[in-house]
Design a protein around this ligand. Structure first.
Ligand SMILES: Cc1cc2nc3c(=O)[nH]c(=O)nc-3n(C[C@H](O)[C@H](O)[C@H](O)COP(=O)(O)OP(=O)(O)OC[C@H]3O[C@@H](n4cnc5c(N)ncnc54)[C@H](O)[C@@H]3O)c2cc1C
Length: 386
């Protein structure tokens, strides 16, 4: 039998790597498992934006406030350059309904201490000079959101964790759990059984399938998010731009097979433009999205940035992004199954992940945590599996 660990973390994306780092820093004997390499799923597909204005407005404000603060000291604490840039985040408003939703968001954001401001269509050009405002009513702007380099962020956390004793198991799939009298004692994998006092699932869109091996039906849904990258250009965007239409769809994306193309535009520090984001709603797990969504992404981008119409696209990709029906994550111990903890389906994972790492560490080491996680319980009442 393998020597037991104190904690087994499953999933080496943003969330799992941050949890592994915080546990190892606190001296906890930790193992990290992934069936691929690190950043094998959604975490290799994303833009690295630190999104504040995207928050779920009822239960997640405290979480975003605490999470945003952690970025002030992140590089120093980690002693690693994660490519942190303070750039603005702009949500474009295309109709009256979106204007109403953004006014609400501005109000709630300001009450929480965030510097959100509604801009008129004319003011938009002051923050994004290349934008065509002819079809816009305005925008909701936060001057200090930000961006990290996704690879450096995850690799930095893993490197520091490894230096503090992390054991990594890549290419090893978790197939089930070792359960004994209502207690999880470890995991079953394609390379044998491994034991720990606590198993933390950071498995994103795949979490529901693992729950089913235990007879649980956690309401983790997903969309396949798709994006493209262009050849590098000079400075074209000052910040991250997305469409307020994301919020018109609400948290519950119903039905399978629909292609939804919302605008999500960013520029990397190397000058490449990231164009997205078409979402393909999938009821059954799929690995790819239809080609029909690629033109949707392109059209969404050039509608407001005609200057990008002639850029060459280098490649496109997609990844399953987890979400829940009420827009709040699953973060906490699984009721009546001691030894199992979920940390998944975060709405804006990049901003949240350093806080989640710290929270899970505190919960394991101290038995409680600074962040109130009760409302994020995996089997809370307002969740409904379907
Ligand atoms: C185009 C695009 C752009 C995005 N941009 C942003 C952005 O700018 N900012 C932002 O905050 N979010 C963004 N997102 C969303 C973000 O990428 C995800 O929310 C985030 O990566 C989820 O991280 P995670 O660690 O929870 O899960 P994942 O990265 O999905 O990691 C789950 C891991 O678990 C592993 N796993 C699953 N099942 C098993 C098993 N049985 N055994 C072993 N391993 C297993 C997988 O291999 C995977 O590595 C974007 C998404 C897309 C698609």
């Amino acid at each position: 039998m393998q020597e037991p660990f104190e904690v087994i973390v499953v999933g080496a994306g943003y969330v799992g790597s941050s949890i592994a780092y915080h546990l190892c820093t606190a001296g906890v004997k930790t193992a990290l498992f992934d069936r691929g390499l690190f950043a094998a799923a959604a975490s290799r597909a994303n833009y690295g934006n630190i999104q504040i204005q995207d928050m779920e407005m009822e239960n997640s404000i405290e979480m975003i406030q605490m999470a945003a603060k952690k970025f002030e000291t992140l590089e120093e604490e980690l002693d690693w350059k994660v490519g942190l840039r303070r750039i603005g985040g702009l949500l474009l408003i295309e109709n009256e309904n979106q204007m109403y939703l953004m006014r609400e968001r501005e109000k709630v954001g300001r009450m929480a201490g965030f510097q959100s401001e509604l801009l008129t269509d004319r003011e938009l050009q002051e923050v994004e000079p290349l934008i065509d405002t002819s079809r816009l009513l305005g925008g909701l702007y936060h001057a200090k959101e930000g961006q990290v380099d996704p690879f450096q962020f995850i690799w930095g956390h893993l490197t520091r964790a490894r230096q503090r004793g992390l054991r990594e198991f890549y290419g090893v799939e978790v197939t089930g759990f070792i359960e004994n009298s209502g207690r999880i004692e470890g995991i079953r994998t394609t390379q044998g059984d491994f034991y720990a006092k606590l198993v933390v699932l950071c498995t994103g869109a795949y979490t529901r399938a693992l729950g089913k091996t235990l007879g649980r039906d956690w309401d983790v849904r997903y969309v396949l998010g798709q994006a493209m990258v262009t050849e590098p250009v000079g400075l074209a965007l000052c910040g991250h731009i997305s469409s307020a239409s994301f919020f018109e769809q609400g948290d519950e994306i119903v039905g399978g097979g629909a292609v939804i193309a919302n605008l999500a535009l960013s520029q990397t520090m190397h000058g490449h433009l990231l164009l997205g984001e078409a979402m393909y709603t999938a009821e059954h797990f799929k690995k790819d999205v239809p080609y029909a969504s690629l033109p949707g992404v392109g059209r969404a981008a050039v509608r407001y940035f005609p200057a990008f119409g002639k850029l060459r696209v280098l490649r496109g990709w997609c990844a399953p992004v987890a979400h829940t029906s009420d827009g709040c994550p699953f973060l906490g111990p699984v009721p009546e199954l001691e030894g199992l903890f979920l940390a998944t389906a975060f709405r804006s994972t990049v901003i949240i992940s350093p806080l989640i790492g710290e929270t899970v560490m505190q919960w394991f080491v101290r038995g409680n945590c600074d962040l109130n996680i009760e409302k994020f319980s995996p089997e809370r009442k307002n969740q409904h599996a379907h």
